[in-house]
Design a protein around this ligand. Structure first.
Ligand SMILES: [Fe+2]
Length: 303
């Protein structure tokens, strides 16, 4: 893509994104941050996630949190997504409380925010089908209150297989977005004037607005795993899911438990933890330390 450059954001140099970065994200709907996950943390995440990938290959597995697609050329049943990660991986709980990410989320959402969706998407070695252009499901909201995912890369994604996105497309009307998506998918087009290619190194994180158009071409490359955590402000949650007031404190409790898990993890010692400080109206119970009864699997539409 010509005439467009992403800001250089290096998590080793600061404890959060800058105001300039935040403005860039509101404007363009994508932001790439380098060196977010330390090598020690990455090693634990890779090991725990590999156990889940192996489990997903079991043809007898009947778990609704494990999602499958049909490979276009072989008709094979290919696992590609696992939902409710904090329910399944201690290292995912630790990751959700990453201070650089939460400090940055607070900048974008305000201090009254909650984590919402969580999943891991992966392309098995040699079976990476194309991901057609799409918008993620999510409410249409003003730029100042973005609903977005943090995409944590556990493996490298090089130029040939990397995510493609159209900066600024989160602002398109639904009709214009659908026209563009249909045209791109019909042409199987993954390069073009307004398309940015987003190669990532393991340990990098991408923020993407749920309405930014994105997709990726087919890959026959090595295994690629990406952990997705979504965030939104409580005010937005109240507007978009008014019938689920119990979801907000439930997810705040998940966040508190994840922060405790991060504080206790052997590979995070020495870092400055994120401090969650919502308005008093939304303040979670003070000094809660026992999360042993917590069920991390909290469906958004059923609570
Ligand atoms: Fe997506």
């Amino acid at each position: 893509m010509s005439g467009f450059s992403l800001p250089e954001v290096d998590a080793l140099l600061s404890d959060k994104i800058s105001e300039t970065d935040a403005t860039f994200f509101r404007e363009h709907g994508v932001l790439l941050m380098k060196n977010v996950i330390s090598p020690e943390e990455l090693a634990v995440l890779k090991e725990e996630s590999m156990a889940l990938v192996e489990k997903s290959k079991d043809p007898e597995l009947k778990d609704p949190d494990f999602k499958y697609a049909t490979h276009p050329s072989t008709d094979a049943r290919v696992p590609f997504r696992i939902d409710y990660l904090t329910h399944k991986m201690l290292s995912a709980r630790v990751l959700l409380a990453h201070p650089f990410i939460l400090n940055s989320v607070e900048m974008l959402c305000g201090r009254n925010f909650i984590p919402t969706w969580e999943s891991k998407v992966f392309k098995l070695a040699g079976t990476g089908a194309a991901v057609n252009w799409h918008r993620d499901a999510g409410p249409a909201l003003p730029d100042e209150a973005p609903v977005f995912f943090a995409d944590f890369y556990l493996d490298d994604a090089d130029e040939t297989t990397a995510l493609r996105a159209i900066p600024g497309s989160q602002k398109l009307s639904r009709a214009d977005a659908m026209d563009r998506i249909n045209a791109l998918n019909e042409a199987e087009q993954f390069e073009g004037d307004d398309i940015v290619i987003l190669p990532m190194k393991a340990g990098d994180v991408l923020f993407h607005n749920v309405h930014t158009l994105h997709g990726s071409p087919a890959a026959s490359s090595a295994l690629r795993r990406v952990v997705y955590f979504a965030f939104r402000s409580i005010e937005v949650e109240k507007i978009t899911s008014p019938n689920m007031p119990a979801f907000i404190p439930a997810k705040q409790r998940v966040l508190a438990a994840c922060m405790q898990a991060r504080a206790n993890a052997p590979y995070t010692q020495g870092e400055t933890p994120f401090v969650y400080a919502p308005d008093s109206e939304w303040a979670p119970p003070a000094d809660e330390t026992d999360f042993s009864d917590l069920n991390y699997r909290i469906p958004h539409l059923e609570l």
